[in-house]
Design a protein around this ligand. Structure first.
Ligand code: ZN
Length: 201
């Protein structure tokens, strides 16, 4: 199983990290050992002092595909959820500054929290979601604000990688990312349904 992640897919988030607006989706991967199933706790790792949350819509691939045209991309997923792309911002910054790969800051164990999946309602044009930290909203997102839609992302990735059943795509985070601390509780809501929670230990 592969975990794809899209970086800088919301203009306001790219701006808050002083990143340019990309012309093509920015793609990186995490290994399957990154998965942490909600509501399991997340243990703050000792190699970083600045872990950030990034809440994202996550699509689960339901059919194997390669070279998928955007107009057929909707046939390749049926379920959606929320995930948190935990990022060791201190390590990622160091790697970015040196022009090195990000994996040690992005793909570590349990860096990909995954919530409960829901059936996609293809009639619904805009999917809203939010993340609460200790009962305060810290991120509010809507799929309408994505630079690259889910279907565009699937089409783009599949030109380069074979998509297999069960692969996950984290579709990028809106603005409002921030640090976590031990004892924080994170809860994710998809269309107002709570689908994800994790406590930081
Ligand atoms: Zn992310």
């Amino acid at each position: 199983m592969k975990i794809f992640c899209v970086g800088r897919n919301y203009v306001n988030h790219a701006k808050e990290l002083n990143n340019p607006i990309p012309e093509k989706p920015v793609i990186f991967l995490k290994p399957d050992t990154a998965i942490l199933k909600s509501p399991q706790p997340f243990y703050y790792p000792d190699f970083s002092k600045d872990i950030h949350y990034e809440v994202e819509l996550v699509v689960k691939i339901s059919k194997q595909g390669k070279h998928i045209q955007e107009k057929f991309a909707h046939k390749y997923y049926e379920e959606i959820s929320l995930g948190i792309d935990f990022t060791a911002r201190d390590i990622q910054k160091e790697q970015k500054d040196k022009g090195l790969p990000w994996e040690i800051g992005k793909a570590f164990d349990h860096s990909a929290v995954i919530g409960t999946f829901q059936k996609v309602n293809f009639e619904q044009k805009h999917i809203s979601f939010r993340l609460e930290k200790n009962n305060t909203i810290v991120q509010n997102g809507n799929s309408v604000d994505m630079l690259f839609s889910i279907d565009k992302i699937i089409s783009y990735i599949s030109q380069i990688f074979t998509l297999r059943v069960g692969d996950l795509i984290y579709t990028g985070t809106p603005e409002g990312v921030g640090p976590i601390a031990i004892d924080d509780r994170l809860e994710g809501f998809l269309n107002d349904d709570k689908v994800l929670s994790t406590e930081i230990k």
